[in-house]
Structure formats: C-alpha cells, structure tokens
Write a protein that binds this ligand. Sequence first.
Ligand code: DGL
Length: 271
Amino acid sequence: MDNRPIGFFDSGLGGLTSIPHLMASLPNERVIYFGDTARTPYGSKAVSTIKQYSAQIADFLVSKNVKMLVIACNTISATCLDDLRKRFPHIPIVGIINPAAHKAANTCTIDNNVGVIATKVTIASGVYKDRIEELNPDLHVHQMATPAFVPLIEEGIIENEIMDLTIHHYMDDFIKDNNIDTLVLGCTHYPIIRKNIEKIYPNLRIINPSYEIISRIQTILEKEDILANELNDRENIFYASDLSENFTNMITKVMEVEESSLVLKFKNLDL
Ligand code: DGL
C-alpha cells in the first residue's frame, strides 16, 4: 500500500484526458499533474529539446515524491521513455504507446488497415507503426501527422467549423485512400476532438491511448504493491508552466468539474 501521488505529465493539457479514466478505475489514487503549457506544443520541436524539457518535468515530479511517473504524452513517450527510465531506474515509468499499440494489434479490422494520427515527432519516430506491425504482422499501419490540431485545441477552438474543416483537410483522403476502419488517436490532445471525428466518420472504430494506459498503470501498481487505499486523503494537484485562462477553461472542460474544486498551481521550470 502506498498513498503517495502518481506523477502525470504532458506538454500541455492533453494528458488531462487520462485523469477521469484513472479516477473511474482507481478512485483511491491521487495525481500530481504537470502540463508544460508555456512551451507547448512539443510535437514539432527537435527531439533534443523534448528530451531536455521532459527531464526537467520528471525531475520536478520526482522532487514531489511521486510513486510512479506516467508519460501522458505520445510525443514524449516516443522519444524519451528509455532516457527517463535510465534517469530514474527506481521509479516505475509508464509510457502511453505500448498499451495503445497492444489494443490496436488486437482489434479486428475489416481490411487489416489501421490509421494513426499524431504529432510530427511521434509519426517521424515510427514507433506506433513498428510496434503494431510487430505485434500483429497481418496489419498495415498508415500514419499521418496532424500538427494543426494541438494549437487549435489548446486555444479551445473545438466545437466549431474551423476544427471540422481542419479534420476534413487532414483526414478525408487519408481515411478513404487507405480504407481505414480503425484509428488510433496518437496524441493525448485528440480525445478532446473525438466527438468531431466521430461525427464526420461515424463508422470508424477509435482507439484512445489516454484510456488504454489505465490498465497498464493498474497492473504495475499491483505488481509493485503500491496501490493507494481508501484512507488516502490527499488532493489532486495540477501544475502548469503557464496558468493562463485557456488552461483553466480547458481543465474544467476536460475534467468536467468546477474550477473552485481544483488545486491549480503555477510552476515555471526555467526559473
Ligand atoms: N499531447 C501530446 C502527445 O500526446 C503532444 C502535443 C504537443 O505537440 O505538444 O503527443
């Protein structure tokens, strides 16, 4: 038993899309979340920069005595997982790509075609394609970078025609030309536009890594014997490197709670 918090992090608010699933499955657990809202997006940055930023975030969360680190960001998981495991060999570190790749590899598709949409860096790494095709050699993975989604989502441009047009622009030919019936939302921001995608392509089967990661977290907490118990009276704490109005608006929307019920804190890692 261990009532210390789990450290969750992302380049911005995308990783928040995992937290309601965590709370539903493991209600005794508490989190310290860090969103690097001042430096988002990471998905078009140099890998060396992403490594430097994610090491800073992990150092900060470890200084808060977390019992586990969860990389709730595909871009960081695709590029920094091994480095972070070397940096903190004694803390369990969960990446988001492997659980989602397993789900994709075990999902039936009509034509054996799986689509992955993600940031430029995640797509360039090829990790989703490599892992899914390794787990299920019958599948063909088609991937595409969709870099305009994250800035629009961080700005709250979601339930309107600008987002829908952007989805059409990126995805119409991609889905049609490759006969895709199963799509991995390979960026933790994308569940926020899941309803838009489902409205435009109602027959797509959608795989959500922000959800798939939860069973992996549970397995490791059980294996390490560090599950929290019902006496856990800590709070969830949400840090952001830029505590802007955008962040507070989006966090209440994603978490579906009032701002007054959240502990929000500013932390600039450059200072
Ligand atoms: N949410 C992040 C991911 O899952 C990336 C967003 C960004 O580009 O910063 O890849």
